[in-house]
Design a binder for this molecule. Structure first.
Ligand code: ATP
Length: 376
């Protein structure tokens, strides 16, 4: 469907997007107080191009799933715009303005694979029935014969042979890895432009993870599909992004704090939080063997209802100075361009007032020799 609308390489574009949720509150609270708002995603701009691979990493609750769902048009943003090939996704859904691409086509082009494929498949339906349903809905004109030929070909492609045998099984007659392959087939049936794989390999045995990641990458290339992978494991994110020549995006408290090619983000992390994640992944950071404590001042993650002012990481950052408590660093002008390496940290700007600012209490001057110059 890609060529039908525009030749532009950019499939999805997020422009200054925020997603805030109202926190549920008790009846008494709701009578007297305004609800708290969780800032799940804050002011993120990013483009996903054709054949792009973006691996999002970050601690639990930092907003990875919310951002992923916003990218595939499932989560409505509270601020900012989400466009698919130039068409505003939510205008298409609401029928606002001139809609060039119907919402139904957008939904087909953006698919998701969940962490728990078992829960995503109807336990009372055979694999074939589960896979036929979306085609019947989206392509009612397709004959039963063609529909089944497409399903069997895809089952074969993901290594489920003979496909007729697997097609007639119920989900409980499949292993976890096989269920995940069925979920992948279901996503691919629509020839999507972007697939969101939300922790798609974390529920699998370690031995199956690499195999499944390799399969995802092969299919990504073969089907010209872009992938957004969500992972809380930096090693998985690196594996996928490196093999696909893609990007790693590091999230912290609803913000994208660093993005770029994996070898740069992990080999030369620019944001102090990326250094913490790398420290926590021993095979990525040999020096972490010697460093007993993580490179943070505090292990407590702030509340996303009331995130710290200025740089959100300043309460934990081992490099924080006074200015970090008030001035929020920006990711940079290139953040949405694939291939660019950017970090939202004042330290990346050698001329920033950061270098003249007072160290925060408890911060040791690691730049004593180089103060006045960025060390990057
Ligand atoms: N529907 C919702 N209503 C209220 N708060 C929500 C909702 N969905 C997510 N949140 C909150 O938004 C924040 C971000 O959640 P999200 O699931 O996007 O994070 P995550 O990084 O994917 O976490 P995890 O790795 O644990 O899945 C969390 O504080 C979460 O509690």
């Amino acid at each position: 469907m890609s060529d039908r609308y525009t030749d532009d390489d950019i499939v999805m574009s997020l422009d200054e997007v925020s997603v805030h949720f109202e926190k549920e509150q008790g009846l008494v609270d709701s009578l007297f107080n305004d609800p708290d708002r969780v800032q799940a995603v804050d002011d993120i701009s990013i483009d996903i191009e054709e054949n792009d691979v973006l691996a999002l990493v970050g601690e639990s609750g930092c907003g990875k799933t919310t951002l992923g769902k916003t990218i595939i048009g499932v989560q409505r943003p509270t601020e900012g715009n989400v466009t698919y090939r130039g068409q505003d996704v939510w205008d298409a859904k609401d029928g606002v303005g001139d809609v060039d691409i119907p919402y139904g086509d957008i939904r087909k082009a953006l698919q998701i694979i969940h962490q728990d494929p078992g829960a995503a498949l109807n336990p009372n339906r055979k694999v074939l029935t589960s896979l036929e349903a979306p085609i019947e809905r989206w392509k009612p004109e397709m004959s039963t014969e063609d529909r089944r030929a497409r399903i069997f070909a895809l089952l074969k492609r993901v290594g489920m042979e003979p496909p007729e045998d697997y097609a007639h099984r119920f989900p409980h007659q499949l292993s976890g890895g096989e269920q995940q392959r069925v979920a992948l087939v279901r996503a691919l049936l629509m020839n999507p432009d972007v697939i969101l794989a939300d922790e798609a390999v974390s529920a699998l045995d370690v031995s199956l993870r690499v195999e499944t990641m390799d399969l995802l990458l092969e299919l990504q290339e073969q089907f010209n599909t872009s992938f957004v992978f969500i992972s809380h494991t930096l090693s998985n994110a690196r594996y996928l992004a490196e093999k696909a020549n893609g990007r790693i995006g590091i999230m912290y408290l609803g913000e994208l704090v660093e993005i770029g090619p994996p070898e740069e983000v992990l080999g030369d992390p620019k944001h102090p939080y990326s250094k913490v994640l790398r420290w926590a992944t021993a095979d990525l950071d040999p020096s972490s063997q010697e460093m007993v404590d993580p490179p943070v001042r505090s292990i407590d993650i702030p509340d996303p209802v009331n995130p710290p002012s200025g740089c959100r990481f300043h309460t934990r950052c081992p490099e924080a100075r006074e200015v970090c408590t008030t001035a929020a660093p920006e990711l940079g002008d290139d953040e949405s361009t694939p291939g660019a390496h950017c970090a939202a940290c004042h330290r990346t700007d050698p001329n920033h007032e950061y270098w003249e600012s007072q160290l925060l209490e408890g911060v040791h001057d690691s730049d004593a020799v180089t103060t006045g110059e960025a060390d990057d």
